[in-house]
Design a protein around this ligand. Structure first.
Ligand code: SAM
Length: 343
């Protein structure tokens, strides 16, 4: 049995010599770096290195439909579209179907970039859609793009909006790769949160007692960041109405870090174990997409951040929620009850 770290070293070794001209060459180099006795080793490398969510994402028909609709609304005939993080090449292919003269796309994971080229060729679009095996931060006009692009499309969005790096990606593209008046898909986004009561979800990240032993020191390893949760599958109560934390306008230069304090009325007495949050995307011209709990078919789950010490609030109290984000993450904190209303 090949150990995981051997697989990772083999993959990284093969990728370090990138770019290869094809997936076949890439796999030959990978095979040379793997112990020979395991015939399924290359598939195990892919299973570990290519995020599994690509499949659910590509099968998310609402996501695909709304990005397609947005591209049809934003791309004018003959324009050049830049697709950052092309994956299978889907959005770049949609862009030329929407009328772009060409789409230049990039994908940082080399095997995925090779596969995108194959998929694009199989769809007879290689003349108009190109794929660069590199990070968008390494692209330059003249070498990789013939001109500044007229439209940027990027679906580099995780359940908490910022975790895949959409803020720095858009910032960099606006500064180096796009015309000043370029359309950006998505155009805007909002992060919305609610107070979450759910001991069941909290137990996924914190532990205090097991079989009569105090094991609470294990919480040293709890994540302090958000994690994806399909809210509908867990016992839970939302103790507040959905409330806005942050707005982002990708057509401007949105700030890369902010802190805000949001007073939230507690609608029902209970224990706040954490904050559940999600995004609302405005893809332009009234095309919207969200991973709100009310949309359980979205492949994106909701994002949950749990507090180590849950806080009890009475109905009518005001919880002060501190929301913060930097370029690639979002955090929440909560302050003890500050006032009570007579109800
Ligand atoms: C969420 S997937 C979306 C794939 C595809 N655009 C779609 O909508 O089906 C994002 C992809 O972007 C790639 N990626 C993330 N940041 C990137 C960057 N700065 N430059 C190039 N690729 C990037 C990831 O490897 C991943 O394959």
């Amino acid at each position: 049995m090949i150990m995981t770290n051997e697989l990772e070293r083999a993959f990284q070794g093969a990728s370090a010599e990138a770019p290869y001209d094809s997936l076949e060459t890439f796999e030959k180099v990978l095979a040379l770096r793997l112990p020979s006795e395991d015939s399924s080793a290359i598939n195990r490398v892919y299973r570990r290195m290519i995020p599994r969510w690509h499949f659910a994402m590509l099968n998310d028909t609402e996501r695909n439909r709304t990005f397609h609709e947005a591209l049809r609304a934003q791309v004018a005939p003959g324009q050049l579209v830049l697709d950052v993080g092309t994956g299978s090449g889907l959005l770049a292919m949609m862009a030329v179907r929407a009328g772009a003269r060409a789409a230049v796309s990039c994908e940082v994971l080399e095997p995925i970039a090779h596969m995108a080229r194959r998929i694009i060729a199989a769809n007879d679009l290689s003349e108009r859609v190109s794929v660069l095996s590199k990070s968008s931060f390494d692209l330059s006009v003249g070498r990789d793009l013939p001109t500044l692009a007229d439209v940027l499309v990027t679906e580099t969005i995780d359940c908490g909006l910022l975790g895949e790096g959409i803020l720095p990606i858009v910032h960099h593209a606006r500064e180096h790769l796009l015309r000043p008046e370029a359309r950006i898909i998505p155009a805007r986004a909002r992060i919305v949160f609610a107070l979450l009561e759910s001991s069941a979800i909290h137990r996924n990240n914190f532990v205090f007692e097991a079989s009569g032993f105090d094991v609470s020191m294990f919480n040293h390893f709890s994540t302090r960041e958000y994690f994806p949760v399909r809210l509908v599958t867990w016992d839970h109560t939302l103790l507040s109405i959905p409330t806005k934390a942050f707005d982002f306008d990708f057509r401007e230069f949105p700030p890369t870090s902010r802190v805000t304090r949001v007073p939230v009325e507690v609608r029902q007495s209970g224990t706040v174990h954490g904050i559940v949050f999600w995004f609302e995307l405005d893809l332009g011209d009234g095309v919207h997409l969200s991973n709100a709990p009310s949309n359980p078919r979205s492949h994106w789950m909701q994002a949950v951040l749990c507090f180590e010490r849950p806080l009890h609030f009475d109905r009518g109290a005001t919880a002060v929620v501190e929301a913060a984000h930097d370029a690639t993450s979002v955090w929440f904190n909560i302050h003890p009850p500050i006032e009570r209303k007579s109800i």
